[in-house]
Design a protein around this ligand. Sequence first.
Ligand code: NZQ
Ligand code: ZN
Length: 390
Amino acid sequence: MENFEYHVPTKIFFGSNQLGNLGEEVSRYSNNILLVYGTGSIRQNGIYERVMEELLSYDIKVTELGGIQANPDIESVRAGKALCRKEAINFVLAVGGGSVIDCAKAIAAAACYDNDPWDFFLRKLRISKALPVGSVLTLSATGSEMNRNAVISNRETGAKLPVNEDVLKPVFSILDPEFSYSVSRYQTAAGTADIMSHCIEQYFSAEANTYIQDRLTESLMKTCIHYGPLAMQEPENYDARANLMWASTLALNGMLSAGKQGDWATHQIEHKISALYDLAHGVGLAIITPHWMEYVLSENSIEKFLAYASNVWGLVVQDDPFATAREGINKTREFFFDKLEIADSLRKENIEADDQLLEKMAEDIVRFGPLGKIKILDKDDVYCILKKCI
Ligand code: NZQ
Ligand code: ZN
C-alpha cells in the first residue's frame, strides 16, 4: 500500500426527511445562492417545491439555473458563471444527479476566475479556488456528492473532460434515498453500472498488498449486484435505494483508492462516447467493461481476476486460472446485460461509427497520454476495444 492523505470535508445527511437540514446548512455559508437543477425531474417529483420552501423559510435569496442536461455542457457553466457574477452569488446548490452536481462545481470554480472555464478542462489553468457547493442528490451513480471531480462536455468540439480538485468537494450533501424513487428503470441500471464500474476501475490496480481496499471494494460490488436489479423491480424499496445511494457515495469518495491508483481506462474511453452521442454514462461503461477486461487479462493481472471471480462471484478457482477469470468476466456480462437489462453493444443504442471515426476517437482519447494502469493502453489498443464495443 502506498502512503496517502485522505480528507473529505463533505458533511453527509443520510436518510429520510433530511431535507429539513437544508436551510440551516446553506445559511452557514450564504443567504444569496445559485440553485442549479436539471431538465424537469425535480419539478415532477415535488423535490423542487420542498427545496424552495426550505430555502425561503431561511430568507435565502435564490437565483435559478435550471435545464442542465445530462452530460452537462460548458455553455451551462458559462451561463452559471455569468449569473454568479451578476447577482454577487457566493454559494452554489445542486439538486439532481451527477450532471447537475458536476455543473454546479464547475460554475463554482468559474465564478472565481476571469478566464473561460473550458481552460480548466484543457489543463491550461488549475482550479485553486471555488465558491462552496452543496448538493441534494436525486440519483445514485457518480459519487459527485462527496468527491473532487466534475466532468463537463463541450458539444462544439466533441470533447468531455474532467477536472479533479479538492476545492470542488461539496461542503454538504443531503442523501435521501426516497428522492431516487422516481429514477427510471433505465437510469437505475445505468447508475448501478456506474457504481460497479467505479469499483472495478479501482479494484484492478497494479499495487500489491491493498487487502483492505480490495475487500471494501468487493463489498460495494456485491451491494450493486444484490440491490441494483431489486431497485429496478421495486423502485420504492427503501433498502435497495438506500444501499445503492450509500454505495455510490463510498465508491468514489477516495476511500477505495487511498494508497493505490485506479486504472480508469474504461472511463476515459466512455467519456468520448457520451460526449459524441449523449449516451447515459453508465450504459457506455457496461458495454465497454467486459471487452476491456478481456483485453487486459494477462499473467500480470490474473491474480486480481481470480480474486474478483471468487470473492465477488463466488466461483471456484479451476486448474486453468484463465478459465476461471473468463468465467468472472462472463458473470460481469450477465449482470450488466441480463440482470440490469443494458444493451450489450453501442449499435443497440443506435450508435454507428466507421473505422475512420473509431480511429479519430481513439486518437482523441489518448490526447493527454496512454491510458490505464493494470495494462497501459495506447491509441491502437483503444481502437481495438472501441471496435469490439460497436
Ligand atoms: O435532467 P434531470 O431532471 O436532472 O433528469 C435526470 C436525467 O434525465 C434524471 N434524474 C435524476 N434524478 C432523478 C431523475 N429522474 C427521475 N427521478 C430522479 N430522482 O436522470 C437522468 C440522468 O441524470 P444524470 O445527472 O445525467 O445522471 P448521473 O448521476 O449518472 O450523472 C452522469 C454524469 O456524471 C458524470 C458522467 O460522465 C455524466 O456526465 N460523472 C461524474 C463523476 C464525478 N463527478 O465523480 C464520475 C462519473 O464517473 C461520471 O463520469
Ligand atoms: Zn463513472
